[in-house]
Every structure is written in C-alpha cells, then in structure tokens.
Unconditional design. Structure first.
Ligand code: CP
Ligand code: NVA
Length: 303
C-alpha cells in the first residue's frame, strides 16, 4: 500500500483483503476507544454534501483516540485560489492525514502529489473508493467470502460504479453493469475487455442469478440540473421486486445512500429483507478506522 488512498487500484488484492478483514475484526471487537492514533489529526475538506462519509471518518478518528478538523473551503484561502501545491505543503506541517471530497479526481491527485501526509479520496466525480471497500466488507460479512461472487450494478455508470469496476479488476469477481445508453462507465475505467466485467443494457440480464444487486441515485452531486432528463432516461432501470426476483434467493441489495425511494429503488426493496443498506452505512465507520490505522501506523507493512 502506498502513501495515499485515491483509487481502489492503489491496493493490491492482498492489501484489500487485509483491510477488509481488519475492519471486520474492529467491528467484532466493538471497542469505542483504542488510543491507537492519540495525538494524530485528520483534516477533512468537503466541497460536496456528506452525512455518512464525514460522520464515519470523524467517529473512526475519535475511536482511534485522534481528532479531526473540518476545513470549509470557503473559510480558507483555497476559496481565494491559493495554489493546491502550497495548501498541500502547509497542511502537511499541521495534519497527519487528509480526506478530500470534491469534484475533480485530478485535484485530489494533485493534493496527494504535493502533500507529505497520506491523502484519502472521500469521493470525486470519478471514484468513491472508500465506499466500495466498506461495501465489500459488508458482502464478506454477510456471505463469509468474496470468492465466486456475481455482482449486478443497475443504473448510472457513475463514481461508485467505477470504483466497483476497479475492485472487479483487482479481485476478479464477476460484475455486470446495466446502464442506459449514454450513461456507461468511462472506457478508460473499463479498460481492456475482460471476461469478468461486462456492460449490458437490460437490467434483468445483469441481475439474473446475482449474489448482489447494487444501485445508486440517477443524478449524482453536481448533476442536479440534469435531474429531469436523467429521470426520463433511466426509466426501466429501477431496482424493484420484479428485478430482485430474477437474482439468487439470498441476494443482497445494496445502495450507498442517500437513496431516492421510488426512483432508482422502490421503498419495499430498500426496506425489505434483502437490503443491507444500513449495515453498509455502519461499516463505513469500521472500514475507515482500519484504513486510518493502515495508512498511519503502517499496518500495511505487516500484511
Ligand atoms: N455513501 C456516502 O458516501 O454517503 P454520504 O454522501 O452521506 O457521505
Ligand atoms: N453517486 C453519488 C454517490 C453519493 C454517495 C454522488 O456522487 O452523489
């Protein structure tokens, strides 16, 4: 594992497995306080809204005995165009680790390039790697293993979908993405054609015999003015009872949240027996604890 966590591909299969297992162990131990990162400070720069990611990172850091500093761009010189390279070098003198949620992946990469401290991608328009790590933790928690896994992604080929593609490249599980024309993942993320990753246009084809059905909003943060067009374009791509019926009987239904009940997923499925969405939300905290520990204490060197 390198200095930063900017995309899933920053991790090898072994590192990903070890992080997930450590997070499961942290959850099982159930300690509210460890003191492992006492004296350490996590900075948080969030240019987009967040409930889960921000609160779970803050709580994870508190449980580790460290503290957090929420940095609003508007109240720092970042709002007055201070160069990323200067911001990164200055923040590295005060903080021990920095998590950023913003629009451009390149901006997070630039921050990481100039920062001496680990930088974590807390979501960009392109990727949401922390989400997919905790989602894989949830799959392992529920199924016991990540082997022989068939995952269906229904809807937008967005940041979360693209991190799932990265994960399928690293771990090799089968991933079928049903996305309407015009909303496919980026070709550069799909990469070379592989046997385990396919984009189809029929949600039922993707969901057939799936172990996991996963979806997300049709208009992500920053795309609010496209909502009406997207609502029309995504008709037929809803996760509902008839889609769940073609999957395996023990299928897990996942959604990173926030969800729009009645749009990309029906309320009865979101609240139904297959749904693991609130376990996913909880697991973000345990996974972030494992990630902070790994980045700051070099647990990775013992993996
Ligand atoms: N899933 C997720 O990242 O949620 P938030 O936008 O609330 O952080
Ligand atoms: N695709 C969504 C994920 C939110 C956690 C967004 O970017 O808004």
């Amino acid at each position: 594992m390198g200095k930063d966590f900017l995309t899933i591909q920053d991790l090898s299969r072994e590192e990903m497995t070890a992080l997930i297992d450590r997070a499961l162990q942290i959850k099982k131990e159930g300690k509210r306080s460890t003191g492992a990162l006492s004296g350490y400070t996590l900075g948080l720069i969030f240019d987009k809204a967040s409930t889960r990611t921000r609160v779970s990172f803050e709580t994870a850091m508190f449980r580790l005995g460290g503290q957090t500093l929420f940095l609003s761009r508007a109240q720092t010189q970042m709002s007055r165009d201070e160069a990323i390279e200067d911001t990164a070098r200055v923040l590295s003198r005060y903080l021990d680790v920095l998590a950023i949620r913003t629009y451009s992946q390149e901006q997070v990469q630039e921050m990481a390039q100039w920062a001496d401290i680990p930088v974590i991608n807390a979501l960009t328009d392109k990727y949401h790697p922390c989400q997919v790590l905790s989602d894989l933790m949830t799959v392992k928690e529920k199924r016991g293993a990540l082997e022989d896994l068939r995952v269906a992604w229904i809807g937008d080929g967005n940041n979360v979908a693209q991190s799932w593609i990265n994960a399928a490249h690293v771990l090799g599980f089968e991933l079928l993405l049903a996305c309407p024309a015009g909303y496919h993942p980026l070709p550069e993320v799909l990469g070379e054609k592989t046997e385990n990753i396919r984009v189809v246009e029929d949600p039922k084809e993707a969901a057939e015999d799936a172990d996991v059905i996963n979806t997300d909003v049709w208009a992500s943060m920053g795309q609010e003015d496209e909502s009406a067009r997207r609502l029309a374009d995504f008709q037929g791509f809803q996760v509902n009872q008839s889609l769940v019926a073609v999957a395996r009987q023990d299928v897990l239904v996942m959604h990173c949240l926030p969800a729009h009940r009645g749009e990309e997923i029906t309320a009865d499925v979101l609240d139904g027996p297959h749904s693991v969405v609130f376990d996913q939300a909880e697991n973000k905290m345990h996974l972030h604890q494992a990630l902070l520990e790994g980045l700051l204490l070099g647990r990775r060197s013992r993996i």
